[in-house]
Structures are given as C-alpha cells and as structure tokens.
Ligand binder design. Structure first.
Ligand code: 0WK
Ligand code: 0WK
Ligand code: BGC
Ligand code: BGC
Length: 915
C-alpha cells in the first residue's frame, strides 16, 4: 500500500509538474499579482482623469448612483436584466411594512430565451424581442397594462452616462454584437421598442450596469457594501469613488459609483507579459479581437475555451490521449466553463472529467484525467488570481481615498463562475486577503441577481425625476421661442410708443442729447461721477486726442449706505459732494473748476445735455425723497454750494447706458448701442431724429435714446409670463408695480426670484425636507452673486452646499441639484428676455436704416453680464435667433461709463464753446 500510495503520489506529482511546466506562464505568484494590481491602480487614475480618460483602458464610467440604498426606496418597479447568461424580466416590490423596521422586497421573475441570431443581428430586433418579453411578462403575471410602471434596466455593457436615465453604448462585449446600436442611447432604444410593442405604459427611469445592480442589491442588507463584482459570462467591477476624483462629472462633494469596465484592462498591452499563446488564440478567434483582454483571461465565456486550447496543444504534443486529437477537441466551444467547474469538483471532479472527455470522443486514461483536471485548476486559478489583483487595486484605492489605516468593506458578488465554480470563491477570498491585509473584506453573494439593486436605483431615479418634474412645473420660468418672439414684439411696440410725444408708454424712450459717438478729437481733463450701479465712483479722466489719442482714468469707489440711498435727497447729494471733495483732495485738484460729467443711472427726462427737466422715478435700491420730479443737476449744484469747498462745471448728465455706449464707441465706431445688465437693466441706442416726436431736438441726423426698457410690463403687457414668484418679489420691492421688465432681468432681483421659488418648493416638501428656515424667509438673503457661483460649470455642487450651509440650509445632494436647476431657469429667463429686448432694438435700427443686414456693436457693462457664467452667451444666442438679419458684436466696457461721461462732457463742452 505504501508503494501504491507513493506511485499514485508520484504520478500526480509528475502530471502536475508536466502541466505546470506547460502552463508555467499561467501560474501567477503574489509579486506578479501585486505588480498587476499596481498597474491596475495606475490605469484607474488614468481613467478618472479627463485628460487621460480617452487613452485609458479602464473607462471608469460614472453611473450617477451617488449613494448605496438609504432606506427611503419604496414602490413597485419592473426590471429587465440583459447581458448576463440569462435574460430576465422581473417585478420588484419594495415595501415598508407598518411596525416593521426593515423593508421587505418581493420579486417575481421570468427568464426568457435569447436566440443567438438576435445577439449578432439588427439591434432593433434585439430590443423588440426584449419589449415583447416585457409585455408577455405583464400579461403572464397579470400586471395591469394601463398603470404606468417605472422600470430599471440592467444592461451589462459599457455605457457612457450623463444621467441615470441615459447611456450611450460604447461597445458590445461577451457574445453580443448586434448592429446599429453603438453610440446610441440605450434608454431611448428601449423606450422606442416598448412604444413599438405598444399596449403597455412603462417608464424607463434608470439604466444600470450589472455590477452596480449587484452592489445595490447587496447594499440593501449590508450598508458596507460599496463594491459590486461580476465574474460570470463577462467580468467587471464597480465601486464608490470620491466625486472629486471623477473629472467627467461636476461636483466635488460626496461619492459616486464608478463602473470600472475592467474587462478591457490590458487592451493597451499592459498585460502582454502575462499573456500566453492560448490567450492570443482566444482573442484572435473572438468576435472582438484586441478588446476585453482581461475578460478573456478571466470570465466564463472563455475559461472553457482556454482549457480546450491547452488540452488540444498538449494532445498534439503527445502529452495527452497518446496524441490522438478528435474533431470534438478541435471544435471551438466544446469545453465550456460549466465543464471546467464540473471537472474541478472536489469529490466527482475526476469522474466528471472522464465523462466530459469521453463526450469529446476521447479515450482518457486516469492520468489524462488528472492532467486535464489540473489544467482546469491552473486556468481557473489564474482567473481568480487576476480578479483578486483587480479587486486589491480597488480596495487599496478606497482605503487611500478615505485615508484609513484599515478599511472594512463588503463586496457584493454575482456571476455563474463565482457562484458555480467549486473552489473559485474561496480561492479569490484568500488571495484578496493576502494581497490587501489592511482591508477587512466581506464577500456577499447576490442571491436575487442585480434587479433588486436596479429597483433601488430606479426608486432613487423616480424620486429625483418626480421632484424635478414638480420643480419644472412649478418654475414656470422657462420661456418658449414663441413667447420670446412675442416679448420682442411687445418691446418693439413699447419703443415705438415711447417715441411718440405725450406717450404713456412704460418704455420711456428718453432723449439723451447725445447726437454722435466720439471721433477722437475729444481732449482735456474732466471729472466724472458714476452713480447708480453697484458702486458710486468719482473719476478724473484725462483725454488726449490726435495720433497718440488716449483716455486715462483715476478713480475712487465710495459706498452709498442704504440709509443714504433711502434718506432725503439733500442727504444723498451732500454725501455725493462729500465724496467729490474727498476725491479732489486725493487728486490734489480742489482748486481746478473741472468740467463734470454726471453718470446718473436712473430715468431722467432731459431738456438738454445738462438740464434735467424732470427726475422721473427712482429705481433699483434708491428711494431718496424730494428728487423725483426735480432737476438732479440743480440738486447737485445746490449741494456743492452748501459745502462751499470747491466748484465744478456740470456740463453733462448721462445715463450709464449712454456712458457705456460712448466709452465703447471710443474703441469701436460701430458701437451705437449701450447695454447695462447689472443691478438694473437698460439699453440705449442711436435713433433717427425723424422718429423722435419730442420737440427742441435740433437738426442732427440721430440722437441717442435712453429706452428705460426696465419699465416694460408696468401696463400689464407681460402679465402672461410674470409668475407668482415675480409678483412676490415686486410686492416686497420698494417700487411695487414699477420696473416689471427689470425685475425679471436684473441682478437686484434674480436672487429674490430664486428665493421665492425655493421657499415655495420647501413649503411643498420638495426641498430641504420641507423645513422652512428663517434664513429662507429673509428678503435679500439669496444674493444674485450666489447664482453666478452656483451655476459655474465647475465646483457647482460644493459651492451650492456650502452656500446653502452658509444660509443656514442643510441640503442633500438632490436638493443642491434642484437649487442649481432653479438658479439656471431664473437666470436663463433673464438673459433670454434681455436678448428678446435687444433683438427688438437692433431690428428697429436695421429697419430705420432700410438695411437687409445690419452690422452693429453693443457696448456692455454690468456685473450680471460680466460675472454670470452663462448670461452673456444665452443673451447673444437669443438675439441671433430672434434677429437673424443683424450681426451684433458685444464689446465689454472695461473702464465703466465714467470714460463715456467724460467724452460726452468733452463734446458738450466744445459744442458750448462753438455756440
Ligand atoms: C446575475 C445578474 C445579472 C448579471 C449576471 C452575471 O442578475 O445582471 O449580468 O448575474 O453573471 P452571468 O449570468 O453572466 O454569469
Ligand atoms: C459700471 C458702470 C456704471 C453702471 C454699472 C452697472 O460704470 O455706470 O451703472 O456698471 O453695473 P452694476 O454695477 O449695476 O452691476
Ligand atoms: C461588460 C460589463 C459587464 C460585465 C459583466 C462585461 O463584458 O463590459 O459591462 O458588467 O461584462 O456582465
Ligand atoms: C435705471 C436705468 C439704468 C439701469 C442700469 C435702471 O434701474 O432705470 O436708468 O440705466 O438701471 O443701471
């Protein structure tokens, strides 16, 4: 017995040695696995970075799943599971039973055949088959066809997603190669197939990869489950990555699940030193040569074939079956992964091996069986080792991301290889723990497939979509092209009416007494005041004419306290004169009686360049008494007299739009329009004198008209687009009923409109868990500058949450997304309305001049236009769309309107002298 035991051991040893020597390259020891793991980690980094993603083999695809199940998921969902070995349709009911802490999940499923020809046929036919099976499932399970069913789609192929309910197919893998779908949105494709099938109302709300579905399924019971692993027909893994590391998605706060698509690892040759001739044969004979390198070394679609190729080679070398090769052994796919699993079974492995080899019309000796069984072991061992190396890379990255000494984590697993292959799971666990001793890894098998997880994701998608829908519905700030066209027409009508004498048009069309733009002959030293924007400025402007013409400015900013803005007129002008005095000291020119240009950014009916017949009405935050109806130039003169410290010659008073136009026209003579999109909103332009029915305007051809378009709507002509939020802002403003167009478009009000919308959403329980804080009820707390920050393309989420935090509002990820959407809707409407107004102005000028095409420049200023990330673009796009015959250039006014005011003063001064 000792002899025969020794002989048996010798034989085993001999054959093991024989196979091992043959498959030496497949036996990977820990150093090699650590090396592979390190390469893997490097490739993960490459895939996460926007710069190197395109070249990376690990595509690290964002899944838009930002949290593992958090207990709020609830409802009935349909699920379609496509891409694994079985095509399934399921219904998943997630319920929170009264008095029970844990929610229950009920599932019913049906597996449907997937004819091979469909996998390599026309894509639409594949999806028609899927939707027919879906319909059959509803009928079979007597699920109402009328009711709208939310559906989660597990689609186990690489998809580029920008949202949960969208995903472009990057490429097929495994044994799928259906035509006409690569680059297409798989959610739309399924929706179209479902509507072609008809007779059912299904809403595809989420597309998830099977790894993600598996992670979520296991995460339902184990909060630590943050990795999903599939070792089945194909192989892949996903995990929760820090959002700040995912360049392809905006935001830095929190985590998002990333689908690594690790099957493609090595497609760039990174595993070439580990590839054997058998791997190259597998690849060459596959439907996707050069692709899915790691998958072809690891997953179920290929393991059996690998064993066949090894056994075939050994037989050809006479090492097995006395060198007799059968057709079966030569035939691709004759040894399946299920065979490999059977041959490796602990107890019946050898018997199974014999049966399988007999089926291949081979006549195996017991030694042949031992050798073939060992080939299976080497091949599947390599598979689990490679998976372990990949997993070790992911776990190490998570531990490092979280700066933990030890990481406790759970990996949710699914796939027939992992499930059915006898020792596979144990081997994998062992090697993983050896490779990453500082990670306490628990492996949880997904009992119910990935669809339970898909239902969780769908529940989140449903909640977010529902909230978004409600928000969209509520936030009636979104204007259609027709509505914008009609606003353009109403603005045009306002412009025309305002030009009429004794007009009551809310668009006042105020003559500016500026008849031409600068011609470069202006020169001299001028004092300029700039009142009405964010800052009050006093400027000294030195203009040089001729060849070396230039404008140099020296200025100082002075705050205007609210109590001055809303105090008496006398106090306001005394404050202004106090600042002038301080400035003249600062520039040492108190004795010089400088000519002064006064940029006064409020509606003034002028009788001449420096005579205000009537100060019409305050706007923005100003409400100083005793000014409206008076000549503010006189009031300034009175205040200077009161101070009796210096004197100036007030030569011109101009609106900031006019100052801005002149300032830019100094650079670009084609500039004949001035636009302010700042605290307030307004535009001026060069109008034909023949169109201005207001007397005493002289014989020049054109004059600049200050439209004061902010007043549009005071007569109710915008009531159909004004929302309840706008009415609330107007009601709470200091000039109720006035400046309706301005209150839809300018910086002083946009933040307030957003606050009103957020208040309403919160009261409806759609935001901030329905908690209405004092902060949210405080007027003016949501400053417009926050919109610009929140809508900046980068760092949005972080900004949103810290701003909301700063406002005393605790917000969730979803809340911040909704706040960002509300800000976007409100600022977009503002920009579009200004665009519609501008389109009316440029088209009027074009028609004034009887031109088919108008080339013109607009001088622009204002913090909203300058600082908001999208405002200027949306405004310009709207003008192009609504005034296609006008080619408009936008010139930002760098120096503010102070320069313009000085230029106008120079011209007026010269005209005075010549008169
Ligand atoms: C079961 C999951 C499915 C996944 C499959 C993978 O429900 O989403 O694709 O596991 O394993 P396979 O069936 O390919 O072995
Ligand atoms: C800067 C100009 C000033 C104008 C202001 C408007 O110099 O005349 O009033 O822009 O922009 P805001 O400061 O209101 O954003
Ligand atoms: C696909 C993955 C999928 C994996 C497991 C691979 O071929 O590219 O998206 O997760 O198979 O099914
Ligand atoms: C004023 C205009 C000014 C605009 C931009 C409006 O409130 O009425 O005169 O041009 O704000 O500052």
């Amino acid at each position: 017995n000792v002899l025969s035991a020794l002989l048996t051991f010798f034989f085993f040893f001999f054959f093991f040695f024989l196979v091992d020597r043959f498959l030496y390259a497949m036996r990977l020891h820990d150093d090699q696995l650590r090396d592979i793991s390190a390469r893997f980690q490097a490739e993960m980094k490459k895939g996460l970075s926007a710069e190197s993603n395109a070249a990376a083999t690990l595509k690290m695809l964002p899944t838009h799943v930002c949290s593992t199940p958090d207990g709020s998921e609830n409802g009935e969902f349909l699920a379609v599971d496509l891409g694994g070995s079985k095509f399934k349709v399921l219904q998943v009911k997630v319920r929170k039973e009264a008095g029970r802490v844990r929610r229950s999940v009920e599932m019913q499923e049906q597996t449907y055949p997937l004819p091979k020809e469909l996998l390599i046929g026309r894509g639409v036919e594949l999806f028609d088959h899927v939707s027919e099976c879906l319909k059959d499932f509803l009928l079979q399970k007597k699920i109402s066809l009328e009711k709208k069913h939310p559906l989660g789609f597990t689609f186990s192929f690489p998809c580029q997603q920008t949202a949960l309910n969208q995903g472009l197919l990057l490429n097929w893998s495994k044994n799928y190669w259906a035509r006409g779908l690569q680059g297409k949105d798989m959610v739309n494709t399924l929706r179209q197939a479902i509507s072609r099938a008809g007779g059912m109302d299904v809403d595809v709300l989420a597309l998830v990869n099977d790894t993600v579905g598996t992670m979520m399924t296991c995460g339902f019971d184990d909060q630590h489950c943050e990795v999903g692993l599939i070792i089945g027909t194909g192989t892949n893994a996903c995990y929760m990555e820090e959002l700040r590391h995912i360049d392809l998605v905006e935001g830095d706060e929190g985590r998002m699940c990333v689908n690594t698509e690790w099957g493609a690892f090595g497609d760039d040759g990174a595993l070439d030193d580990y590839l054997t001739e058998f791997d190259r044969d597998i690849d060459a004979a596959s439907i996707n040569p050069g692709k899915q390198c790691l998958e072809k070394m690891v997953s179920g679609l290929y393991l059996g074939e690998l064993v066949r190729l090894v056994v075939l080679k050994m037989t050809k070398l006479g090492l097995l079956f006395d060198g007799r090769v059968t057709d079966a052994l030569r035939t691709k796919g004759k040894i399946t992964t299920a065979h490999v699993a059977a041959m490796e079974q602990y107890k019946d492995g050898l018997k199974n091996t014999r049966d399988i080899l007999l089926d291949l019309s081979l006549n195996p000796s017991p030694d042949d069986c031992i050798a073939v069984q060992h080939v299976c072991t080497v091949v599947s061992f390599r598979s689990s080792n490679l998976v372990a190396a990949g997993l070790a890379a992911i776990l190490t990255r998570i531990r490092q991301n979280r700066k933990l000494k030890t990481l406790r984590i759970t990996v949710g697993v699914d796939g027939t290889v992992y499930k059915t292959h006898p020792q596979y799971a144990k081997r994998l666990h062992k090697v993983v723990r050896r490779l990453v001793p500082d990670c306490h890894v628990r492996f949880v098998l997904s009992e119910s497939g990935s669809s339970k997880g898909a239902a969780m994701v769908t529940a989140v998608a449903q909640r977010v979509t529902a909230r978004r829908h409600q928000v969209k519905w509520l936030c009636v700030c979104i204007l259609s092209r027709d509505q914008l066209r009609s606003v353009k027409a109403r603005m045009r009508a306002g412009l025309e009416a305002g030009l009429k004498s004794n007009s009551h048009s809310p668009v006042k069309m105020l003559p500016s007494y500026v008849f031409r733009t600068p011609d470069g002959t202006e020169c001299g030293k001028y004092l300029a005041l700039d009142l009405g924007g964010t800052n009050f400025r006093v400027l000294l402007v030195k203009i040089r004419s001729g060849l070396r013409r230039s404008v140099r400015l020296y200025n100082k900013l002075y705050p205007i306290p609210l109590e001055i803005m809303q105090g008496t007129g006398e106090e306001l002008f005394d404050h202004i004169v106090h600042c002038i005095s301080d400035f003249l000291d600062y520039v040492g020119m108190k004795k010089a009686r400088l000519p002064l240009g006064f940029t006064f950014s409020f509606p003034c009916l002028q009788a001449a360049i420096n005579v205000v017949s009537t100060g019409l009405n305050w706007t923005k935050g100003f409400k100083a008494t005793d000014c409206e109806g008076n000549d503010v130039v006189d009031m300034l003169r009175e205040a200077i007299k009161r101070r009796n410290e210096f004197d100036v010659d007030i030569v011109a008073i101009v609106n900031d739009t006019v100052g801005t136009m002149m300032s830019c026209a100094y650079e670009d003579p084609q500039c004949e329009i001035g636009l302010i999109a700042g605290t307030g909103s307004n535009v001026c332009y060069m109008e034909e004198l023949r169109n201005i029915e207001k007397n005493g305007l002289g014989e020049m051809q054109r004059m600049c008209i200050n439209t004061e378009w902010g007043g549009l709507g005071e007569d109710g002509c915008l009531d159909d687009i004004i929302t309840e939020y706008d009415n609330a802002v107007d009601r709470e403003s200091i000039n109720h009923g006035r400046q309706r167009f301005e209150k839809l478009t300018s910086g002083l009000y946009l933040g307030e409109v957003v606050r009103q919308v957020l208040l309403d959403l919160t009261r409806r329980g759609l935001l901030f868990k329905g908690r209405v804080t004092e902060a949210l009820k405080t007027p003016g707390i949501f400053e417009t500058k926050y919109l610009s920050q929140i809508e900046s393309d980068r760092l949005a989420l972080l900004q949103v949450r810290s701003i909301l935090q700063h406002l005393g509002l605790d917000s969730t990820c979803d809340d911040s997304i909704i706040v960002k959407e509300v800000c976007g809707a409100v600022s977009r409407r503002a920009a579009q309305l200004c665009g519609a107004g501008m389109a009316a102005v440029v088209d009027k000028i074009r028609e004034n001049r009887g031109l088919d095409q108008l080339n013109i420049t607009v001088g622009v200023d204002g913090t909203l236009y300058k600082l908001h990330p999208h405002f200027s673009t949306v405004l310009q796009e709207t003008v192009v769309a609504l005034a296609p015959q006008c080619y408009v250039t936008y010139l930002l006014s760098e120096e503010g309107s102070g320069r313009g005011a000085a230029l106008i003063t120079a011209v007026a001064r010269r005209d005075q002298v010549e008169m």
